[in-house]
Design a protein around this ligand. Structure first.
Ligand code: SF4
Length: 364
């Protein structure tokens, strides 16, 4: 619900745009991609920064630009190379879509990004937010970026108690920013509102005392900045406990399995995995060895880490125990879903964070 505009004199979109741009001129945030109007660089930065903080994403952005200086280089790299470059950023669907979109732009658009918001939206991995960012920053199309920062700023400004994860809550904010962006240069407006949300109207402890909107901000006037924005749904996370087996075969090899199923780790490589519900681990490993190699081979097993490692994903929390399985002889046959990999080459394979953390801990 928005408060009655007769009680609170709501800030009009035109005034909002003017005050925001004035704030922006005084509070320039230096980011390496800001100076650039190259859609390739803007696109890269936007995809990297989806669900990633600027400090964490910055080194990845700089490395990507260096390794893949243009869209054709990115398009012609292998999927494993891209996922490897992405390793540690999480949400690997982004990396796979980045690669797919690069191929489309390289092959079908001759390497030149489409200019219109609606055409950009058709590319894999480019949602309304990224399309708006590219269309406005590179081509000055008047489409507002609407991310968590923008939803928070405008919900507070208007005192909106409509949950921002409902269509009604989003529509209200979209209508407001669509009106405001028409009053300014689109690229400057979008950059300013993103910067303002990230550095000034922060989720916790917003800087209300130095805010240009302080006198009109309904959440502040109502002392509700800690309550707004309101969210309807909280994502429930499921717990998953697994056991990874790191094989040491003939002192030289290990086993990795490429994930082909359509899940978050598609295209990445994992150690063979067992459900942790197995009470009798040795029997479970014997059975797995038979499935892997088609024969009963002798092995030794020991626990590699005292405590399980943990990885938190959007919908899941994973606890993983790690065991090392030693086999003296190299098997004749290997299940076709697994790769026999020289241990010294493990680093070349893209792996989820929980496995790279494990490898760091045991000093690979
Ligand atoms: S007054 Fe506070 S809550 Fe309102 S827009 Fe400014 S920083 Fe955000």
């Amino acid at each position: 619900m928005i408060l009655d505009s007769k009680i609170y004199d709501l800030l009009q979109p035109k005034q909002f745009a003017a005050l925001l741009l004035a704030w922006s001129r005084q509070n320039v945030r230096d980011l390496p991609w800001k100076a650039d109007r190259d859609p390739y660089k803007i696109w890269l930065s936007e995809i990297i920064l989806q669900q990633t903080r600027v400090q964490q994403g910055m080194p990845y952005y700089l490395r990507f630009i260096k390794t893949y200086p243009d869209i054709h280089t990115l398009a012609s790299a292998s999927e494993n190379q891209i996922i490897k470059s992405w390793e540690g950023l999480g949400y690997y669907t982004r990396a796979r879509n980045l690669h797919k979109a690069a191929k489309i732009v390289s092959d079908q658009y001759n390497g030149i990004f489409p200019q219109k918001y609606t055409d950009l939206l058709a590319l894999p991995g480019i949602g309304p937010y990224s399309a708006a960012a590219i269309a406005s920053f590179a081509y000055d199309e008047a489409v507002p970026v609407i991310d968590g920062n923008v939803l928070r700023v405008i919900a507070r400004l208007l005192g909106s108690e409509l949950p921002i994860d409902t269509q009604a809550g989003k529509n209200l904010i979209q209508t407001y920013v669509e009106a405001a962006i028409l009053e300014a240069q689109p690229s400057l407006f979008n950059q300013a509102i993103m910067d303002f949300g990230a550095t000034h109207c922060k989720p916790i402890a917003p800087l209300c005392d130095q805010c240009p909107f302080a006198e009109k901000c309904v959440a502040r006037l109502q002392r509700k900045t800690a309550l707004i924005p309101i969210k309807k749904q909280k994502i429930k996370k499921t717990l998953r406990h697994v056991v990874y087996l790191e094989f040491y075969i003939a002192e030289k090899y290990t086993l990795l399995q490429r994930q082909n199923t359509d899940d978050i780790w598609k295209g990445m490589y994992l150690f063979p995995v067992l459900a942790a519900a197995n009470n009798d681990l040795v029997t479970a490993v014997k059975k797995m060895i038979f499935e892997l190699f088609g024969e009963n081979l002798a092995f030794n097993i020991h626990k590699a880490l005292e405590k399980p490692l943990k990885q938190i994903l959007t919908h899941r929390v994973i606890y993983a125990d790690f065991y090392q399985v030693y086999m003296k002889t190299k098997p004749q046959k290997i299940n076709k879903n697994f790769n026999l990999v020289e241990r010294v080459k493990i680093q070349n394979f893209a792996m989820p964070k929980i496995l790279t953390n494990y490898l760091k801990l045991i000093n690979h």
